[in-house]
Design a protein around this ligand. Structure first.
Ligand code: 13P
Length: 343
């Protein structure tokens, strides 16, 4: 029996499970590898990702993995496809399908971006489905600066997200809809209140566009930022305030039919991303599952423990498994400082 979009979406946010975002583009993974002094090649990228996908922590804590185009086609060292390695761990393979955020023409061209990649997307979805992808991701970025975001930027990105989501569902693929209001970047000195205002506006606009495009809300996942002050803001909010305002914003914008919300980490520290998620689940009282879809906050410790050396694979896997376990606890509202240190 084929699974419905709603079956897949619900499996992606199963209790105590979340997503591993391992879909860094070639440019982004190069930056990560530069930070540990490793050359980014097809083989090193494969070795690193194979290490993560074969880690113990995949089995009980990770529901799905977001892959990049190169990775969904790659084979592990022993010849097994990485898609099969992920499936063997009980997780669902997913694919990043956007082609990146490009400068948005107009007066704010130096600041604002619009995500491209709609041309030919129907055909690409058909191929990705054959390669095993059952969900997809499209990331839009919204930048807070003096005078931005503009309505033009919010609207253009929301419209593209909706067109992408409709095409994904047509192909039998669950869309992760990711409108990211950035917490970092060259400006990023905004208050938490400003983040709230911009995120609420963005999410409202996204859901209006999703409605116009007749996207089935029970067959999608929202991947938002948390409500948080800019990284360079002089005043940082407490984790409790982040959790409360994030829930307030989601309640104001996200229809109850959406099965789950899987946050991005966006530049938060590993522990901060875990603690904030756990606090939100402790507050509870919301109609959707709240879980993680972290890139950096799941991989940072593992990347550094590995350092590009085959003798460090076990250490890298231990570091990844620990973060996966901590975030799994957070998805259940059960994370604590004690468990964090007990590793
Ligand atoms: P971060 O958790 O590092 O923000 O990455 C998540 C992601 O997939 C961004 O698109």
């Amino acid at each position: 029996m084929t699974e419905t979009l709603s079956d897949i979406a619900n499996a992606m946010v199963a209790p105590g499970k979340g997503l591993l975002a391992a879909d860094e583009s070639s440019g982004t993974i190069k930056k990560r590898f530069d930070s540990i002094g490793v050359t980014s090649t097809e083989d090193t990228r494969r070795d690193y990702r194979e290490m993560l996908f074969r880690a113990e922590g995949m089995k009980n804590h990770v529901s799905g993995v977001i892959l990049y185009d190169e990775t969904i086609r790659q084979k592990a060292k022993d010849g097994t496809s990485l898609v099969d390695v992920i499936r063997a761990a009980g997780a669902i393979p997913g694919i990043k399908v956007d082609e990146g955020a490009k400068p948005l023409a107009g007066p704010t061209v130096d600041i604002e971006k619009v995500t491209e990649g709609l041309d030919g997307l129907r055909e690409r979805f058909a191929e990705y489905y054959k390669l095993g992808a059952r969900f997809a991701k499209w990331r839009a970025v919204i930048t807070i600066a003096h005078g931005t975001p503009t309505w033009n930027c919010v609207k253009a990105n929301a419209h593209a997200l909706a067109r992408y989501a409709a095409l994904a569902q047509e192909a039998g693929i669950v869309p992760i809809v990711e409108p990211e209001v950035l917490m970092d970047g060259p400006h990023a000195d905004h208050t938490i209140e400003r983040c709230y205002e911009v995120t609420e506006w963005t999410q409202r606009t996204v859901f209006r566009e999703l409605y116009d495009a007749r996207v089935a809300l029970d067959g999608m996942i929202l991947k938002p930022n948390m409500i948080i002050a800019g990284q360079k803001a002089p005043k940082q909010a407490s984790p409790q305030q982040v959790a409360e305002l994030t829930i307030k914003c989601l309640k104001a914008t996200v229809p109850a039919a959406v099965p789950g919300i899987a946050f991005l980490s966006g530049g938060q520290s590993d522990e901060q991303a875990t603690e904030n998620l756990s606090l939100m689940n402790q507050i509870g009282g919301v109609p959707w599952k709240l879980t993680f879809s972290y890139g950096r906050a799941l991989q940072h410790a593992a990347l550094h423990a590995w350092g590009g050396k085959s003798e460090n694979v076990a250490a890298g896997q231990r570091a990844f498994t620990h973060r996966a376990k901590m975030n799994s606890l957070a998805a259940l509202g059960k994370w604590s400082e004690t468990q964090e240190k007990a590793a």
